[in-house]
Write a protein that binds this ligand. Structure first.
Ligand code: ATP
Ligand code: MG
Length: 469
């Protein structure tokens, strides 16, 4: 309707952007293809089908959010979201292969082949400043965090309730126009990440937006504008009120964004890491720990950018390693046997993480396997290296050990030995075995456990195989 009105007012199809004031005072700019350059051929087939069929059924439907932003920046969208004035039930009625998901915030997933497009109904935002009374209290907790945002609204309201102006652009594939209520288009061109509305209020409503600011600024190579950045340091403690599972999801996105290192550096600079990643508090302050994590993140970033698979379990194992190492050492110093001390240290670290960051338990097994295999790399005599090579998690544990070498925690020679050992022929392998490391029978006599140095547990510990097998 607004478009028709605008076209009538301007009496032409726009080749330059047209704009008009909206009822609530924002200014709608309609930007034609000639100006923004995105043709409908850039849009995924499923998103095209979804918008076209919704429009045919009489609804308005736009590609929205991250996909429009990424296309304008010349990046490939990860996924497509569609926003419409059709209710979830209406959408469900248009597409046979679709289902409604979410209870609090109901969305529809429409499937076409292997692709899924997420369709959301325009929503309004019940900002606590609009009404200081009962209505506001119902929707927010005592810190202003929104508990509900499932009220349907107009397209303009839907733009305003989004987080950053660059995420609030609507693209209509039918006429290839971009609808921009909040000057997001100019912000994209200026590489400026600007939160919509009053920054203080918007971070209070949803503190996760502070993490999104850090992640998106790194990913999009944008500057967070001064007003949007200013309150972040002071509001960082609000992250404690966010449900741990939500925090985990956002941290996982950040760590797998291909810009994890830049993000973690920025999180620290803005004071957002305290309490968020408890291990970062301590570890980034120790030279070896900092070097190890930096390498692990750099490594992950490279893999993501080369589109190689990355394992979150591996990454968490790396992030928590120095915590495990510290506890392992202190337990051994207190007289515990190396492998039992390691097992106990792992259990303790995982129990704390489970509470604070809610790393789901499904990652525990891979983390434990990687950690528990570390002392076994020191056994380079007898059959032990051969047995280790056959372990289904050898590759992950080996990569992990290389990181330890690279960070200076272990002697580089160990990494080189294993690299060669994998590469050479069977005969050469036999020749490489360290002669002074003949496998020892399990001894009855109790040896005084030695404290683990940075080099790890005693290599000939028969406990190692006992615990692992
Ligand atoms: P990417 O998918 O590249 O990580 P994105 O911006 O698409 O980035 P999504 O989490 O997929 O991120 O969110 C889709 C859209 O939903 C965003 O572009 C934004 O408009 C809106 N959005 C997401 N999170 C929030 C939030 N915390 N507050 C307000 N709006 C949000
Ligand atoms: Mg997205």
């Amino acid at each position: 309707m607004i478009r028709k009105l605008l076209h009538r007012v301007f009496k032409r199809k726009p080749s330059a952007s047209v704009s008009a004031s909206t009822a609530s005072g924002t200014r709608l700019h309609i930007i034609p293809r000639k100006q923004h350059g995105i043709s409908r051929n850039h849009i995924s087939p499923c998103a095209l089908k979804v918008t076209a069929e919704l429009q045919q059924a009489g609804y308005s439907a736009f590609v929205v959010g991250g996909a429009v932003r990424d296309l304008l920046l010349g990046l490939e969208p990860k996924d497509y979201d569609v926003a419409t004035n059709a209710t979830p039930e209406d959408v469900r009625a248009v597409f046979r292969r679709s289902r409604i998901i979410g209870r609090r915030f109901r969305l529809v997933h429409v499937m076409c082949g292997a692709e899924t497009v997420e369709v959301s109904t325009f929503r309004g935002n019940s900002s606590p400043d609009e009404d200081e009374g009962a209505a506001a209290k119902k929707h927010a907790d005592e810190h202003g965090r929104l508990l509900r945002d499932n009220v349907f609204g107009s397209q303009e309201e839907d733009a305003v309730r989004r987080d950053f102006t660059v995420n609030a652009l609507f693209y209509d594939p039918a006429n290839e126009e971009i609808w921009d209520y909040l000057n997001g288009y100019d912000d994209i061109k200026a590489k400026r990440l600007r939160i919509i509305g009053d920054p203080l209020l918007r971070y209070r409503e949803d503190p996760v937006r502070m993490l999104r600011a850090v992640r998106l600024a790194a990913k999009l190579e944008m500057q967070v504008d001064a007003a949007s950045a200013a309150p972040i340091g002071d509001l960082a403690p609000l992250l404690r009120n966010v449900p741990p599972s939500r925090l985990f999801d956002e941290m996982l996105k950040l760590l797998l964004s291909g810009h994890a290192l830049a993000c973690v550096v920025d999180l620290r600079a803005r004071g957002l890491h305290h309490g968020l990643l408890p291990m970062l508090d301590v570890i980034l302050e120790q030279p070896l720990g900092e070097r190890f994590i930096t390498l692990a993140l750099k490594n992950t970033d490279e893999r993501v950018r080369q589109e190689k698979p990355v394992s979150p379990g591996f990454l968490f194992a790396a992030l928590l390693w120095h915590e495990v190492l510290a506890q392992w050492n202190s337990r051994q110093a207190a007289g515990e046997k190396p492998m039992l001390a390691l097992q106990q240290a792992m259990d303790d670290v995982l129990a704390v993480q489970d509470k604070e960051l809610a790393i789901p338990r499904r990652y525990d097994a891979i983390m434990q396997e990687i950690w528990v295999m570390q002392p076994r790399f020191l056994g380079r005599g007898g059959r032990r290296p051969f047995r280790l090579l056959e372990h289904p998690r050898f590759r992950a544990a080996y990569d992990f050990m290389l990181l330890r070498c690279e960070s200076g925690e272990m002697d580089a020679e160990l990494g080189q030995w294993w690299e060669t050992f994998q590469r050479v022929s069977a005969g050469e392998r036999e020749a490489m075995l360290l002669k002074d490391e003949v496998p020892k029978k399990r001894r009855k006599r109790r040896r005084r456990p030695e404290a683990v140095t940075d080099a790890g547990a005693s290599p000939d510990s028969s406990d190692a195989d006992a615990v692992i097998s």
